[in-house]
Write a protein that binds this ligand. Structure first.
Ligand code: ABU
Length: 453
């Protein structure tokens, strides 16, 4: 008990400092430095047990050399923030240490999952919230589920006879969609050739880099005409369904056959929390069930339809639901709406602040649809350079250089990437409800401080 109390002390100190803006976002070290061992902190495993005092030091140092993703100035990822209720939910989940595969060992969590998924389906707009779903280990796996069940829907015999039971299949997705769609296609035997049979269309609601929303209704019209499975990847943008002001960006989502929606992104739920939601009831079970007799005995004393584990491609499944359910209880639907609206207002503030500011060029014209604000910072020495290859080459190096200095000084973090023919640019995203306008101002000052040549 004493040991646990000391761990709690370490954790609460960490949390307090995470929200203190005078604390750094990270204390960067290169991999070789951490591997060589820091003072009192050695990653090597030992044959002999270490003392509990050393274990406490290991806990403290693990946090010390990590990254504070809940810090109000951490803008690097789509999943940011440290929600205190969600965190309590995660602690409780670990304490319960159970598995989602059967009602037998996770009765309360299984019911919470069912009820929460139904609520999400109602918000999507499927009649009476009917349908199916699961929480999975991340958006990429949720997207993979959608491709699997689409294939099963049209060619169910693939489950027992293999891919030779289906023609050569092809799926459609946009250039800006998440790479997990093509990854799922590669893993599941889809190709890219003309002449293959079209089966599946992915529409992205909130692309990873630009935060763009595909026109779901237009795509749904084509899918209906050609009898194709429509999946909406709302891993990033799904959270906007909670907002009366912004949900129109997913207009038509109720026409999808399946939807990926990651509460661990825009809704601030601690990692991991990703749902695959399906309009047709029973198809997940049909596609994936193997009826393992040692686990899913049909003659248990309760209603075994609550043994939801056979719907999954995993066997053991982590309890991802409790923290989300607890946050929903604590905030109410209205609290999630406020969170989403606030993050979008902050990104609008950033966009308005930099769109005409000397030294900034926006990557795409017009207001961002999501919280993604994509821009180049042009250092003073480059501002009068003519367009051309030399400028492109120099500009390509600017964001990585500023980012490296940011990480080494530990003050803030923001992502960058190239996209298509565009050289490296910053992608600013906001999903952390601890961030304020002052943090946006800080980021701009910091880019200008570090980028001033
Ligand atoms: N699953 C996409 C996450 C990418 C990001 O956080 O930036």
């Amino acid at each position: 008990m004493q040991f646990l109390l000391e761990v709690v002390d370490i954790l609460t100190n960490y949390i307090r400092k995470t929200f203190d803006r005078s604390t750094k976002v990270l204390d960067f070290h290169h991999p070789h430095q951490l591997l060589e061992g820091m003072e009192g902190f050695n990653l090597e495993l030992s044959d002999q047990p270490e003392s509990l005092e050393q274990i406490l030091v290991d806990c403290r140092d693990t946090l010390k050399y990590g990254v504070r993703t809940g810090h109000p100035r951490f803008f690097n990822q789509l999943s940011t923030g440290l929600d205190i209720i969600g965190l309590a939910g995660e602690w409780l989940t670990s304490t319960a240490n159970t598995n989602m595969f059967t009602y037998e060992i996770a009765p309360v969590f299984v019911l919470m999952e069912q009820l929460t998924l139904k609520k999400m389906r109602e918000i999507i707009g499927w009649p009476n919230g009917e349908g199916d779903g699961l929480f999975s280990p991340g958006g990429a796996i949720s997207n993979m589920y959608s491709v699997m069940i689409a294939r099963y829907k049209y060619f169910p015999e693939v489950k027992t006879k293999g891919m030779s039971a289906a023609p050569r299949l092809v799926l459609f997705t946009s250039e800006h969609s998440h790479y997990s769609i093509t990854k799922a296609g590669a893993a599941l035997g889809f190709g890219k050739e003309n002449g293959y049979v079209p089966l599946f269309v992915n529409a992205t609601a909130g692309t990873t880099v630009y935060g763009a929303f595909d026109p779901i209704n237009d795509i749904a019209d084509i899918c209906e005409k050609y009898n194709l499975w429509l999946h909406v990847d709302g891993a990033w943008g799904g959270g906007l369904l909670m907002s009366r002001r912004h949900r129109h960006k997913l207009s038509g989502v109720e026409r999808a056959n399946s939807v990926t929606w990651n509460p661990h992104k825009m809704m601030g739920v601690p990692l991991q929390c990703s749902a695959i939601l399906v309009r047709e009831k029973g198809i997940l079970q049909g596609c994936n069930s193997m009826c393992a007799g040692y686990l899913f005995q049909p003659d248990k004393q309760y209603d075994v339809t609550y043994d939801t584990g056979d719907k999954a491609i995993q066997c053991g499944r982590h309890v991802d639901i409790f923290k989300f359910w607890l946050m929903w209880k604590a905030k109410g639907t209205v609290g999630f709406e406020q969170h989403i609206d606030r993050c979008l207002e902050l990104s609008e503030y950033l966009y308005n602040k930099i769109k005409n500011r000397p030294g900034y060029e926006m990557v795409f014209q017009g207001e961002p649809q999501h919280t993604n604000v994509c821009f180049w910072y042009i250092p003073p020495s480059m501002r009068n350079m003519p367009d051309g290859e030399e400028r492109r080459e120099r500009l390509h190096k600017v964001a990585p250089k500023i980012k490296a200095m940011m990480m080494e000084s530990g003050t803030t973090m923001v992502g960058y990437q190239p996209q298509g023919d565009k050289v490296n640019f910053f992608r600013m995203v906001i999903s952390n409800h601890a961030a304020t306008r002052s943090d946006i101002d800080f980021l701009i000052d910091e880019i200008e401080r570090l980028g001033h040549d």
